[in-house]
Design a protein around this ligand. Structure first.
Ligand code: GLN
Length: 306
C-alpha cells in the first residue's frame, strides 16, 4: 500500500472537521496536516508518510498510558474496582451518567471523569511526582525520550479546564477521588499536554499489539492482562460516542485525543499512530479516522475477520 496515496485520498476529509477550540492553545494548530506511522510487529518493519514527524499534544491518548501505568502499579483488580467498562452515550466530559444511574464510579477509564479518577490513583513515589512518573513511563512505552510537556498548552488547559475541575470535585464529593483535587488536576492537565509524534503513538500501539512486549527490545513493558484489558476498552469506548460506529468500520482497538492523535493496536499485526487535528463533533480526528479505515481495509486488520 502506498501511504502517500492514502493520505491524498483522505486529505479532503480535513474540511469536514474543526480543530479543538475549547482549549485555546490547540485552536492555533494548522488543520491541514495528516500523518501516519505504521509499525509492523510481525517483522519489525516501519513505514511513515505525511506529518508523521510533527509533534502534537497527546491529549486523551494519554488516558491509555495512565491506565496502563495504574494497572502496572496497583494491579488490574484495583483499577477495575475504580472504573467500569461501559459506554456512556454522552460526550467525553459528561458526568450525567453517574447522576442518572447513581453510580459512584465513572463508567469507563476513557471519559474524562474516569481518566481523572485513574490519574488520582498515582501517588508520589520516591520523591517523584505523579506527573514525573507518567512522563517517564510515556517515554518508555512510546520509545521516545523526546516527549516533553508543552507549557503553553498546559497553561491553556489550566485556564479553561473548569469542566474537568467540576468532574474532579464531583468525584471528590462522591468520596472516590484518591488524591487531592489540585494535584490530580495538575497531573491530568500535564499528561494531556505531552508532545508526541505519530511514531511515538505507533510504538505505544505496537506494545499493545505485541502482548505487552516492546518489539524494539524484547522487553516486557506491561502484562498480558493489562494489554488485553486496555485493547478491549479502546475497542468499546476509545472513540467516545462513535466507538460502535468505528468498531464496525475499522475494527481495530483505537483511542483518540482532541490534539488530533489516534493510537491503534491491531493485535499481533500493527501499532499505528495517526495525526490530523481537525475533529468531528465527537472529538475524533476526521481525516485520521478516514485514513485508519482505509489502512485497516487494505491491510485486512479488522479483528472480527478472524
Ligand atoms: N485535555 C482534554 C480535556 O480534558 C482532553 C480531552 C480529549 O482529548 N478528548 O478536555
Amino acid at each position: 500500500m502506498n501511504l502517500n496515496d492514502a493520505i491524498q485520498e483522505c486529505w479532503r476529509k480535513i474540511d469536514e472537521g474543526q480543530v479543538a477550540n475549547y482549549i485555546p492553545a490547540l485552536a492555533n494548530v494548522d488543520p491541514y496536516q495528516l500523518g501516519i506511522y505504521l509499525f509492523d510487529v510481525t517483522n519489525d518493519k516501519k513505514a511513515e508518510a505525511g506529518a508523521s514527524q510533527v509533534r502534537f499534544a497527546i491529549e486523551s491518548v494519554s488516558k491509555v498510558i495512565t491506565l496502563l501505568y495504574a494497572i502496572e502499579r496497583l494491579g488490574l483488580a484495583a483499577v477495575e474496582a475504580e472504573v467500569g467498562t461501559r459506554q456512556t452515550g454522552f460526550p467525553f466530559d459528561t458526568v450525567l451518567n453517574m447522576e442518572i444511574t447513581k453510580e459512584t464510579h465513572p463508567l469507563n477509564a476513557f471519559i474524562n471523569s474516569g481518566a481523572i479518577l485513574i490519574t488520582s490513583l498515582i501517588e508520589e513515589q520516591d520523591g517523584q511526582s505523579p506527573f514525573d512518573q507518567i512522563l517517564k513511563f510515556s517515554r518508555k512505552i512510546c520509545n521516545d525520550p523526546q516527549i516533553t510537556l508543552n507549557n503553553d498548552i498546559y497553561q491553556s488547559e489550566l485556564r479553561t479546564g473548569d469542566m474537568n475541575r467540576s468532574l474532579a470535585y464531583y468525584l471528590k464529593a462522591k468520596g472516590v477521588l484518591n488524591n487531592d483535587v489540585a494535584t490530580t488536576l495538575e497531573t491530568y492537565f500535564k499528561q494531556c499536554s505531552m508532545m508526541v509524534t505519530c511514531r511515538s503513538l505507533a510504538n505505544l500501539g505496537a506494545v499493545l499489539a505485541n502482548d505487552g512486549i516492546a518489539p524494539w527490545s524484547g522487553e516486557r513493558i506491561i502484562s498480558t492482562e493489562a494489554a488485553t484489558y486496555t485493547k478491549s476498552v479502546m475497542m468499546t469506548t476509545g472513540l467516545y460516542t462513535e466507538s460502535g460506529t468505528y468498531s464496525v468500520k475499522i475494527g481495530v482497538p483505537t483511542k483518540s485525543g482532541v490534539g488530533g492523535g489516534l493510537v491503534s493496536a491491531a493485535p499481533s499485526h500493527y501499532g499505528i499512530g495517526i495525526f490530523s487535528p481537525a475533529l468531528d463533533s465527537a472529538g475524533n480526528s476526521v481525516a485520521g479516522l478516514a485514513l485508519l479505515e482505509l489502512v485497516s481495509k487494505k491491510l485486512k486488520l479488522d479483528i472480527f475477520r478472524y
